[in-house]
Design a protein around this ligand. Sequence first.
Ligand code: HEM
Length: 229
Amino acid sequence: MGTRRSTADAAPAAPTPFSTLITTASHAAHTEVKNSTFMSDLLGGRLGVAAYRRYTEQLWFVYHALESASEALVVDPVTGPFIRPELARTAALERDLCHLGGPDWRAGLSALPATRAYADRVRWCAREWPGGYVAHHYTRYLGDLSGGQIVRGTAEKHWGFARKGDGVRFYVFEAIGNPAAFKREYRALLDALPVDDLEKQRVIEECRHAFALNMAVFRELGREFPLSA
Ligand code: HEM
């Protein structure tokens, strides 16, 4: 009775920042998408530019879903701080697709079933669930600012695009001078997300879902572009 604890013993451990929780929770899924057959073949230079184009087309559907609802999301207290014009990718994707497919690129555009499911989920979150939208926003934009740069370098090398030019503009964030600083600020926004712990858990779950949706797209792309050898 009355056992005294030292101040150090009594100090509660600092809670793990939400940005760390979300990174940790998606670590295994990230390894899986990175090592998917399609990504490995693409980055290994074993696929032609047609596969890269098809992949870029799929990204257009996802980013169109993410970005066409921006006006409503910018005034929402949960999603608002994340909606930053310097992240917007649709215009860059359209320039890349025009370069890859010619001026009629839109005519041949078609979403794989997995892409349709992914874009539908993003659209649903944009309409119904701000926390879920943040999960999808994080999964795409922080990824593009990080590993996306590896994809760009590979694409320039294998398919001869001008450095940071047409074909790879999607990966070039011209209005973000310091990506490392931007990512730090982004993580601070995640840490300040104005939702309770239960909702944060749901956001983490949706982030895992987002990775699974990406993986499904890679699987379908892999089936469409199998290595003949
Ligand atoms: C071959 C493909 C990929 C490579 C090489 C790659 C590589 C990387 C690298 C090097 C980082 C930086 C880690 C750090 O800041 O310490 C990163 C972060 C990230 N990647 Fe990827 N990645 C790839 C594909 C993907 C895909 C397909 C997604 C999801 C759509 C994704 C989502 C993310 C996210 C969300 C982060 C940020 C993690 C965080 O700091 O919280 N990545 N990636």
